[in-house]
Design a protein around this ligand. Sequence first.
Ligand SMILES: Nc1ncnc2c1ncn2[C@@H]1O[C@H](COP(=O)(O)OP(=O)(O)OP(=O)(O)O)[C@@H](O)[C@H]1O
Ligand SMILES: [Mg+2]
Length: 366
Amino acid sequence: MYCKNIKVRNFRNITEADVGFERGVNILVGENAQGKTNLLEAIFYASVGKSFRAAHSAEIIKFGESFAEIDIDFNDGVRDQNINMKIFRDRQRKVEKNHVRIDKMSDIVGSFRAVLFCPEHLSLIKDGPAMRRNYLDIAISRIYPLYMKALQRYNYVLKQRNILIKNAISDRDSFDATVELWSAQLAKEAALISKYRAEFVKRVDKCVRECFSDMTGEKERTEISYVGSAHGEQDEYLDISKTEDKYFMLLTSAYDREISAGATLWGIHKDDIDIRLNGKQARLYASQGQQRSLALALKIAEGDICCEEFGDYPSLLLDDVLSELDASRREYLINKIESKQVIMTSCEEIIDDGAKKIKVENGVYF
Ligand SMILES: Nc1ncnc2c1ncn2[C@@H]1O[C@H](COP(=O)(O)OP(=O)(O)OP(=O)(O)O)[C@@H](O)[C@H]1O
Ligand SMILES: [Mg+2]
């Protein structure tokens, strides 16, 4: 998978740009606030149909303009494709794939497969579990559309069950009459999602282990495992019916506790990933550079697994990845990614003779 060219109009500080990329390493070089991340954001928008840093799509439209446009030419490993998106201030969007109008954004999401790493991904290691669940959801949905469907069903059932719990104080009868049904449905979806997550995390663990061991000359060892809220070892979650029984038991065992907490206490909305470096929790003990390397390794694993599934490596978008990495880690990274398409940003000139360098100045690329 590689992006051949992108044309962008009225996207953040970019009035108009037409930028071509190589199959290998491409480096966007420029000073702060020139539009390096903005261009990566536009490329990633074409992949997932939303921005990775704007809460509302309208934020990405250039100040004073009524719409932004992204037009991307890419090769998906088999043929050349084109996606065109127009994003309007009133949240309307017009999308075309190969010049044919597409009504639902979800129908083109993932056509152009890209994996993004940006400094905010450090929170994958440093912060609470929500970001890690989000990582799993995005990466697994890309491979298994059924996962996304199960997640949507789960979120719906969870919302209903939480409303029921909140209303239980004033309407205990309705609670008693229906809670078991909702619990059974929640347990069923939770078990299915847990299995996908546990399997995926096992694959991530393997990729990150290899990546880290190579990067550090076998000095640093990682262990990554899935932590569900049904209390069990990672492998137990591979057995769907056993997990379903466990969740059902938990969800029907402590109604009073759930009512006083005002929320559902067990389920995949409580999941986490345990990330260890040399046997210790990375969140608490890893250095900045180690945390950054780990976050990056998680992203590289996401790309590797995507490649195993589709037989073709996604385009890697790396925002400001090299700062905080020492020379040997940088060298490892450059070697590791050289054979793939990489579009990365940097404030300083990087010596990499094989790379295409694109200068960025005030929203202009040359
Ligand atoms: N909607 C918008 N319209 C116009 N300009 C915008 C908009 N949103 C952001 N900008 C401008 O885009 C510029 C930032 O661009 P970007 O984030 O791509 O910088 P960068 O080159 O990645 O810098 P750094 O090296 O600091 O990360 C800022 O000057 C900001 O004011
Ligand atoms: Mg930036």
